[in-house]
Design a protein around this ligand. Structure first.
Ligand code: AMP
Length: 381
């Protein structure tokens, strides 16, 4: 597909200017693929990972299709986690304001009252399924005016057990709506749900897995290290690497807390980010991280979902990813928006086989082999 400008895709001048103010000049591939279809009113199924620009891919045509005089909420964006919901709001706020539209966000862990009020008068409501159901139960507003429904990271919403809640919510949205379904996969359960919720949808796939473009942005390194030596090797990476912000992935919440403590004992300051932290704690941790006050954030997969922070130069997988998709999501926190990044995966003896499978799937077997032989993989294909 030829590369068009935002204006040529049908985006209005106020929105083009708002994008320009944020340094966004040319559409990313996924935006090129879907913006026109959405503006024409089609349902869309898009296979598109985080970091590809998917938020604006649905956000831009969404703000173009609504009017300030529309009854509210006029569009509903469902997202699996509060972090992702907030990021969507941040990403859409300015372009929505350029068209005189309000965006509100609703997620658990904070007071209901204010969110209910703001949701009722927002043109675009971004919400996690659980909190949205709480608000609907209070009859704070209805979904009967929703013209456009977006499911973002739909596969993850299903993984997190939100299917029943999402089903109930979708049943409350008018049938003649436009539905936009964004998911890292359109296979299996996600594909079935996508089919059930959409009507004559246009399907688009933004290919990244194992593609040359992804490899060009991110250097993938595999480091053989046995379980007991991981802390020391991690510390060495954090101290020696020429790095900016670093995100370290662990499997469990307890593991995150424990690792932060052990790093501190070794003189490396780090913060933990996981689902047992309060909203305030998460926000403070994220703020210090973004500001570069603490340059190491230790996170679980769920907590890091949707984390969109500029300046993450390194992602370190202290615990191995369970599958290729998790690998892609984790390492995708670096190399955002065309920047370069480094993804480092610790490989314990007991994980070699599973990681071998993942590496093959992602076409990173060369890098894994080099890593296991103690050679630093060549970054660029
Ligand atoms: P997302 O995949 O929506 O999480 O977006 C990843 C990052 O890319 C965000 O920081 C966006 O602000 C940025 N971004 C999205 N579209 C563009 C674009 N066309 N040009 C430059 N940056 C973009």
């Amino acid at each position: 597909m030829s590369q068009k400008s935002f204006a040529a895709l049908g985006v209005s001048q106020p929105v083009v200017r708002a994008l320009h103010r944020r340094g966004i000049e040319k559409p990313f591939a996924i935006q090129n693929l879907v913006v026109e279809d959405i503006l024409e009113g089609h349902d869309v199924l898009a296979k598109s990972p985080t970091g590809s620009g998917k938020t604006l891919a649905f956000g831009i045509p969404l703000v173009e299709s609504l009017e300030p005089s529309d009854p509210t909420p006029s569009a509903l964006v469902l997202a699996p986690t509060r972090e992702l919901a907030k990021q969507i709001q941040d990403e859409l706020h300015e372009i929505a304001a350029a068209r005189g539209l309000r965006v509100a966000v609703a997620y658990g862990g904070v007071g209901l009252e204010k969110q209910a009020k703001e949701a009722a008068r927002a043109h675009i409501l971004v919400a996690t399924p659980g909190r949205l159901e709480d608000l609907l139960q209070r009859r704070a507003f209805t979904l009967s005016n929703v013209d456009v429904l977006v499911l973002d990271e739909a596969d993850r919403m299903l993984d997190m057990g939100f299917k029943p809640a999402v089903d109930r919510i979708v049943a409350r949205v008018p049938k003649d709506r436009q539905t936009l379904f964004f998911s890292a996969t359109l296979d299996g359960a996600a594909g079935q749900v996508a089919k059930a919720y959409t009507h004559n949808a246009r399907r688009h796939e933004h290919r990244v897995s194992g593609s040359a473009s992804r490899k060009a942005d991110i250097e993938h390194r595999f480091v053989p290290v046995e379980r007991d030596d991981r802390l020391e090797v991690l510390r060495a990476h954090l101290v020696d690497e020429d790095r900016d912000l670093t995100l370290v992935f662990v499997r469990t919440k307890r593991g995150a807390d424990r690792l932060v403590k052990r790093l501190k004992a070794q003189g490396v300051s780090a913060l933990a980010m996981h689902g047992d932290k309060t909203q305030g704690q998460r926000e403070r941790a994220l703020k210090s991280f973004i500001a570069g006050k603490v340059t190491t954030l230790v996170a679980t997969d769920v907590a890091a979902r949707g984390l969109d922070v500029d300046g993450i130069t390194h992602v370190i997988q202290f615990d191995p990813p369970g599958d290729a998709e998790t690998y892609t999501h984790r390492v995708g926190r670096t190399g955002r928006a065309g920047e370069t990044g480094v993804g480092i995966t610790f490989v314990g003896g007991e994980h070699r086989k599973d990681l071998g499978k993942i590496a093959r799937e992602l076409r990173l077997d060369r890098e894994l082999e080099d890593g296991l032989r103690g050679r630093r993989a060549l970054a660029r294909a």
